[in-house]
Design a protein around this ligand. Structure first.
Ligand code: FAS
Ligand code: PHB
Length: 392
C-alpha cells in the first residue's frame, strides 16, 4: 500500500489534517488505535477560538457548529466571592464559541466517511519506520494482520502518549515541562448552565470553573489535590464544594443534578522541540500539552494543522518546501505564547500547596488589576480569543 501522508492518530488534529489534505486531493491514510465510538466518546475541550472556527469552516464542517455552537462575547472572573466580566468582543472584536470537542470529532468523522476518506480504526502497533529516507513507511496490525504503508510524510497526531514523539532519537529533541501539584475534577450534568458565560473562580479552597455544552448540559470543574480520587467525590460533596468556590450570585442560583460523567485530569505544561524529525511532523498534544485553564489545548492542535497543511499543500502543489522547513519554528512560536498564557491563568487562579499569604496577595492584586485596568483585560482577552496565525 502507498500514500502521500500517513496520519497517526484520529483525534481532532489527525481528522482535520486528513480532511484538509483530501480537499486538495493529497492522498492520506489515518491510523487510529481506538474505535470510532471510543474517540467520539471522549469528553474533552469545550471552547473554540476564532481561528479554529475558520479552519473547521475551511474543512466544510461548520454547519452544525454554526447552528448549535454558543457564541460567547465575554467571560466572568471571580475572586473573594465576587465576579467581574471581561468583555472579549469589545476588547478584541472577536468572540469564542462553546462547542464540545466531542462534536468536532463527530462532524469530522462524518464528512470524511461521506467523502470516502481513509480512516483505519483499531490499528494496533502503529510504527513509523525509515523516517526521513526515500522509502519511509509505517507498519501496523489490523485484526492480527501485519500491514505496511509506504509514504512521503508522517504526521504524528497521536497525542501525548502516542508513538510518534517516541520514535525521534532522544538526543535530537529538547523537552520542557512543568507538572502542576493539583488536578481538575470535572463533571457533566444535564442541568441548565449557572450563567450564559463561563466563570473562572479563584477561591481560598481552590479553583473552580463553570462551563457548558448546551442549554441543558453543564460542565463544571473544581481543583483537587493530586492524590484525590473520583470515588471520594459523590455528587453531594461536589456540588457543595463548587458552591463554596463560585461567586455568591452563582452559588445561590445554580441548579444541581446527577452527574453523567465525572473524571479527574492531571495538569501539566509540556513542549517538545523541534516539532519535526526529517519527514515526521508532530502535531497537537503529540508535541505540547497545556493546562486546560486557558482553553488552548484543542485550539493549539488546530493551529499546528494550519501550519502543516500549508506546508504540505505547497510541497505537492508548487514543489516548494519553504513552509515545511518553517513548520516547527512557526508552530512553536504560537505554542509558546499559549503555554505562557495557560501557565499564567493557572498560577493566577489555583491554590498551590506551598502557597504563602504573600502568594495569595499577589493573586488578589493580579485580579484587582484585571478588574480595574482595560490594558490588563485586553492582554487577557486577545490571548483567550486566540492570537492570530502568523503567516509563514
Ligand atoms: P488527541 O489526544 O485528542 O488524539 C490523539 C489520537 O491518537 C487519539 O484518538 C488516540 O487514540 C490516538 N493514538 C494514540 N496513540 C496512538 C498510536 N500509537 N497509534 C494510533 N493512534 C494512536 N483542551 C481544551 O482546550 N480544553 C479542555 O477543557 C480540555 N480538557 C481536556 C481533558 C482531558 C482529560 C484531556 C486528556 C485533554 C483535555 N484537553 C482540553 C486537551 C485536548 O482537548 C487536546 O488538546 C486535544 O485532544 C488535542 O488533540 P490531538 O492533538 O488530536 O490529540
Ligand atoms: C470546558 O468547557 O470543558 C472548558 C472550558 C474552558 C476551559 C477549560 C475547559 O478553560
Amino acid at each position: 500500500m502507498r500514500t502521500k501522508v500517513v496520519i497517526i492518530g484520529g483525534g481532532p488534529s489527525g481528522l482535520l489534517l486528513s480532511r484538509l489534505l483530501s480537499l486538495e486531493n493529497i492522498d492520506n491514510v489515518v491510523l487510529e488505535k481506538q474505535s470510532r465510538e471510543h474517540v467520539q466518546g471522549r469528553i474533552r475541550a469545550g471552547v473554540l477560538e476564532n481561528g479554529t472556527i475558520e479552519m473547521l469552516r475551511l474543512a466544510g464542517v461548520s454547519k452544525r457548529l454554526d447552528n448549535e455552537g454558543f457564541k460567547h462575547n465575554g467571560i466572568e472572573l471571580s475572586f473573594k466571592n465576587h465576579g467581574f466580566r471581561i468583555d472579549l468582543k469589545k476588547l478584541t472584536d472577536k468572540h469564542v464559541t462553546v462547542y464540545g470537542q466531542t462534536e468536532v470529532t463527530k462532524d469530522l468523522y462524518e464528512i470524511i466517511e461521506k467523502e470516502n476518506g481513509n480512516i483505519i480504526n483499531c490499528a494496533e502497533d502503529v510504527l513509523p519506520q525509515k523516517v526521513g529516507e526515500i522509502n519511509s513507511f509505517v507498519t501496523f496490525k489490523k485484526n492480527g494482520i501485519e500491514n505496511k504503508i509506504m509514504c512521503d510524510f508522517v504526521a504524528g497526531c497521536d497525542g501525548y502518549h502516542g508513538i510518534s514523539r517516541k520514535v525521534i532519537p532522544e538526543n535530537l529533541i529538547n523537552v520542557f515541562e512543568r507538572i502542576y501539584p493539583f488536578g481538575w475534577l470535572g463533571i457533566l450534568s444535564e442541568t441548565p448552565p449557572v450563567k450564559e458565560e463561563l466563570i473562572y473562580a479563584n477561591h481560598g479552597n481552590g479553583f473552580a470553573l463553570a462551563s457548558m455544552r448546551n442549554n441543558n448540559l453543564s460542565r463544571y470543574y473544581i481543583q483537587t489535590s493530586l492524590d484525590d480520587r473520583v470515588e471520594a467525590w459523590d455528587d453531594k460533596r461536589f456540588w457543595e464544594e463548587l458552591k463554596r468556590r463560585l461567586p455568591i450570585e452563582a452559588s445561590e442560583s445554580i441548579i444541581t443534578g446527577p452527574s453523567i460523567e465525572k473524571s479527574i485530569a492531571p495538569l501539566r505544561s509540556f513542549v517538545c522541540e523541534p516539532m519535526n524529525w526529517n519527514n515526521l511532523f508532530l502535531v497537537g498534544d503529540a508535541a505540547h500539552i497545556v493546562p486546560p485553564t486557558g482553553a488552548k489545548g484543542l485550539n493549539l492542535a488546530v493551529s499546528d494543522v494550519y501550519y502543516l497543511f500549508k506546508g504540505l499543500k505547497k510541497h505537492y502543489l508548487f514543489n516548494d518546501d519553504k513552509d515545511l522547513k518553517n513548520y516547527s519554528t512557526k508552530a512553536l512560536s504560537r505554542v509558546w505564547k499559549a503555554i505562557r498564557f495557560s501557565w499564567w491563568m493557572t498560577t493566577t487562579f489555583h491554590k498551590f500547596p506551598e502557597q504563602t499569604s504573600f502568594d495569595q496577595r499577589i493573586q488578589d492584586s493580579e485580579l484587582e488589576y484585571l478588574e480595574n485596568s482595560i490594558a490588563s483585560q485586553t492582554v487577557l482577552a486577545e490571548n483567550y480569543v486566540g492570537l492570530p496565525y502568523e503567516e509563514l
